[in-house]
Design a protein around this ligand. Structure first.
Ligand SMILES: Nc1ncnc2c1ncn2[C@@H]1O[C@H](COP(=O)(O)OP(=O)(O)OP(=O)(O)O)[C@@H](O)[C@H]1O
Ligand SMILES: [Mg+2]
Length: 272
């Protein structure tokens, strides 16, 4: 059975692509056949984060327009078994997408036997995430702990059901929250929103909390996602989220307190 996850946000730049890359590695490492699809047409960031930019020949629009078949366009990850990537077009923008084309692509991926299908959305409420949400079973809403991000996410959560096919058929689309870039120092100073407050405002289930971590930025630059760095707290957080998506009952770590930051860093270093 395939599960289709749309990774969305209200405000841009909150970590959707980072989350898509790391979660797809996480579920693939759990032994699930996984594909991560870049729906951010015209941008193409996911291939860089995964370190696969030189391998892109065909992209999703070639598959949708039958200029290439799915097998030609799927790029197998260099290091991770079970992980495949489908690139966005760099030359075409999202106006080339429509409901039929997206449905055809998602059905092809399901027929190919992918258990986890992650769709990385572009930024923007108006015309960004709607194609990824059309045929999704679940929406993973990524937020940063700041007022503007929370306000825009609330709008997006409201739009998920309005835009999804599942909701039109009377079924529900699951919604999950990832709070990304949590900074314990700023929380201690009262300059950053706490998770409990965010959960109260948005009232969708928490999937995971990811700390602010310089290693995420280093990892993106190297094309080797942070989950592959055993010293990274953000990497460990993504690993736990991946296990949750695979059905494991993993407790939520307290990534918000300063004293735990030092302790957890040491722990991440020990379990290399
Ligand atoms: N936990 C984190 N700690 C530190 N930096 C992070 C973290 N998560 C993401 N970033 C950085 O934030 C920036 C934006 O991340 P990313 O590209 O994943 O966001 P996005 O939501 O996909 O953006 P867009 O809306 O433009 O598609 C990147 O430079 C990334 O490295
Ligand atoms: Mg992105």
């Amino acid at each position: 059975m395939s599960k289709v996850f749309a990774v969305i946000s209200g405000k841009g730049g909150v970590g959707k692509t980072t989350t898509s890359a790391n979660l797809s590695i996480a579920t693939a490492k759990e032994g699930k056949k996984t594909v991560v699809v870049d729906f951010d047409l015209g941008q193409r960031n996911l291939d860089m984060i995964l370190g696969l930019e030189n391998r892109v020949v065909y992209d999703i629009t070639h598959v949708m327009d039958e200029e290439a078949n799915l097998k030609q366009a799927l790029i197998k990850d260099k290091n991770i078994d079970n992980l495949y990537f489908l690139a966005a077009s760099q030359t075409k923008d999202k106006s080339v997408l429509n409901e039929e084309k997206v449905e055809k692509l998602i059905n092809m991926l399901k027929d190919e036997g992918f258990e986890f299908i992650f769709l990385d959305s572009p930024a923007g409420i108006e015309s960004g995430f709607e194609h990824t949400i059309l045929f999704a079973d679940s929406a993973i809403v990524v937020v940063n702990p700041e007022v503007s991000s929370i306000r825009d996410s609330d709008k997006v959560i409201g739009l998920v059901d309005a835009k999804s096919k599942k909701a039109k058929e009377g079924k529900s689309v699951k919604k999950y929250l990832i709070i990304n870039r949590i900074n314990p120092e700023l929380i201690a100073k009262g300059e950053m929103l706490q998770s409990e407050d965010i959960l109260e405002i948005l009232s969708i289930p928490l999937l995971g909390k990811v700390p602010e971590d310089q290693k995420v930025i280093d990892a993106s630059n190297k094309g080797k996602p942070v989950i592959l760095n055993p010293d990274s707290l953000a990497g460990r957080a993504y690993e736990r989220i991946g296990k949750r998506l695979c059905g494991e009952d993993i407790p939520f770590e307290d990534v918000e307190s300063i004293k735990n930051k030092g302790f957890l860093s040491k722990l991440a270093g020990i379990f290399k």
